[in-house]
Design a binder for this molecule. Sequence first.
Ligand code: ATR
Length: 285
Amino acid sequence: MGDSQRNEVPAAFVTGWPIKHSRSPIIHRHWLKHYGLAGSYEAVAVSEEDFAAFIKALKDGSRGFCGGNVTIPHKETAFRLSDRPDELAQELGAANTLWLQEGQLHATNTDGYGFAANLDGCHPGWDKVDRAVILGAGGASRAVIQAVRDRGVNEIHVVNRTVSRAQELADRFGPKIHAHGLPALEEIMAGAGLFVNTTSLGMDGAEATVFDFSGLKTGALVTDIVYVPLETPILKQARQEGYPTADGLGMLLHQAVPGFEKWFGHRPVVDTALRELIIQDIQAA
Ligand code: ATR
């Protein structure tokens, strides 16, 4: 029996700095209610300087938590301070999901799972492509590269404004990953069956960059991990040009599944009611 099950009512958290805009409490509280489970999930704001003390209190049980989620800027530190990071977290050097088990702090990273599970749900077969293009080389890009590579896509091209960051990821994730600068984008897209935006381009209604998707394979999937707005300029352009698209909200919802199961003992399902709840929250913001 894990430590989480020793407490009568398991309590989980999401921590980041800032954290008040996190939608994770809405997701987990929705599932707790939906499945009639006893448990709690709260947002805890922790600054970078206080993070090590937070993890210490988590490990010694004085906070009363069985685990939780970690977001920006703590994902790398959470990985370093955990006792038992799994292989995914080790390769990424970052963790977003923590849980206590027999006195040890376990860590994984579910972002790549969330990315793949979302596309499995809305575009099955999305991974049956020879060539994928991933725009961006930040923290979010890493989990996407790992997920796409682990699904067996042979050629993964990472295109970034700062080429050296893309090159670092190619070195980290192996020979199937190729690094390029933005000027190569058009050429690199030729024949690709999957295009993923992991940059902040188009976020919060920022000015649209127009891409030339014409080289993509017919029926290529265009997806964005940004979910505010839900239809980013990149997705809008792709849709208008006839490409299937997938928005970033599904990744957020699906990445929450493994953590919920660890802390509360029930594997939840991502359904349209949950999606609608988050869309309402985005619209109200
Ligand atoms: P995250 O962890 O969310 O991925 P990040 O590490 O700040 O955030 O990375 C943001 C990504 O968006 C990077 O790939 C960044 O490119 P650089 O590495 O060159 O900075 C990319 N990005 C942000 N603004 C951009 C812009 N105006 N044009 C092109 N790329 C941009």
